[in-house]
Ligand binder design. Structure first.
Ligand SMILES: [Zn+2]
Length: 404
């Protein structure tokens, strides 16, 4: 579809408005839709009607991201911290334990424990609500031991932990088998809760292989209470993470480029944000007129990539004013790219079964052992005789002595 600046036939607008009223009697976005048809799509009733249909589908598909921490469906991760940061919910002790949860989560949990017991599986509550102060203690403790970067993978920065909502619980086996370890997934409780948790409103929040999306290593013991309706909807959606379910899942590299704002602009109309540069791409949402959007620095055939309301997508530059974009973003991007390319291209072979550790030195924790004769990527500069390396999807440090 081509983009037409002028809206030619005023009659078509009237017709399309009528069409919309018929097609979308309940849509809250009727006004936005109408202008959308005018601003973006070539005039003509048929095309307008099509645009309306797409809009209505999007209205349904777009899921609201709950930021109110008192709501059961509040969305919390590293990019969506609790607000207020030190939020403290009302909690109660889970029956027969001193683990605390919000009342709704606590009673759902007890129901789940009962159901599991009927199947001969005994769930133990390990950790539930943690206050901001307690989370700060934990995080600082891990940072001291492992360094900040590794600590962030296994523990939340205070104010970003689901445990602070009182809606997350870590579970274990009665005999503590594989407690808080990946092998917990294969224990009776690990298997049972992964399979049945959603029936009681709990979902596995940090699944295997999704670290780049969730920001956390695999935690088969960490379950998040969402209420049964949302938990079932999540399970049925087939989404691998809550981030994917809400459409905010991004790869790490995308996240980095999105976070850095490369300028701002203002919308001069109710403007569709689309998945790509051009009207043939799916609408993500409609940005109201007069709103400020962040520019990511990418521009393509008159379209700009923007961030608005925690979403990223493309909008037509025709309906942006006050565009302030530094003239150097292209250069920055390419220098970043070439840097990562040159560091990524270095490889080495292990001359022994070699430990990969969380830091440069034998005082650091072992992540895994790389067998002798394997190829590893060197991802950065040498530090006191150690290289940052990547192997089998993991990153860590290895002694240069045993790398060729
Ligand atoms: Zn947890």
């Amino acid at each position: 579809m081509k983009q037409t600046r002028a809206f030619k036939a005023p009659l078509a607008a009237a017709v399309s408005a009528t069409l919309m009223a018929t097609l979308l009697p309940l849509s809250p976005a009727t006004a936005a839709t109408e202008v959308t048809a005018r601003t973006e799509v070539a005039a003509g009733t048929e095309v307008n009607a099509q645009a309306v249909t797409v809009d209505s589908a999007v209205q349904i598909a777009t899921k609201k991201i709950q930021r109110d921490p008192s709501k059961t469906d509040v969305f919390v991760n590293k990019s969506y911290p609790l607000s207020p940061k030190k939020y403290a919910p009302k909690t109660v002790a889970v029956k027969g334990t001193n683990v605390r949860l919000q009342p709704s989560a606590a009673s759902a949990y007890s129901k789940m424990v009962k159901a599991a017991a009927k199947d001969g599986v005994k769930i133990r509550a390990v950790s539930g609500y943690r206050s901001y102060a307690r989370q700060a203690e934990l995080y600082n403790y891990y940072s001291r031991i492992y360094g900040q970067s590794y600590a962030s993978r296994i523990s939340a920065v205070p104010g970003t932990s689901e445990h602070q909502t009182g809606l997350a619980i870590d579970v274990g086996n009665n005999n503590s088998q594989c407690g808080l370890q990946a092998c917990f997934a294969n224990t009776p409780v690990g298997k049972w809760v992964a399979k049945n948790g959603h029936k009681y409103g709990f979902i596995l929040r940090y699944p295997k292989g999704q670290e780049s999306v969730t920001g956390y290593s695999y935690e088969p013991w960490h379950f998040r209470y969402l209420g049964t309706t949302l938990a079932k909807s999540y399970k049925n959606s087939g989404a691998k993470t809550l981030e994917a379910y809400y459409g905010v899942a991004k790869s790490k590299s995308n996240n980095n480029s999105d976070k850095k704002s490369k300028g701002t602009a203002k919308t001069t109309a109710n403007l569709n944000m689309r998945t790509g540069a051009g009207t043939n791409n799916r609408i993500v949402l409609t940005i109201p007129r007069g709103k400020s959007v962040q520019l990511t620095g990418s521009k393509k055939s008159g379209w700009y990539e923007v961030r608005y309301s925690s979403k990223t997508g493309w909008v037509s530059g025709t309906y942006l004013s006050n565009i302030s974009m530094p003239s150097t973003p292209k250069k920055k991007e390419s220098s970043k790219d070439s840097k990562s390319k040159s560091t990524n291209s270095k490889t080495a072979t292990t001359t022994a079964n070699l430990n990969m550790r969380t830091g440069a030195g034998t005082g650091n924790r072992i992540i895994l052992t790389i067998p002798q004769g394997k190829k590893v990527s060197i991802t950065g500069a040498k530090k006191s005789g150690w290289y940052p390396v990547k192997y089998s999807g993991k990153s860590g440090w290895a002694s240069a002595k045993y790398l060729r």
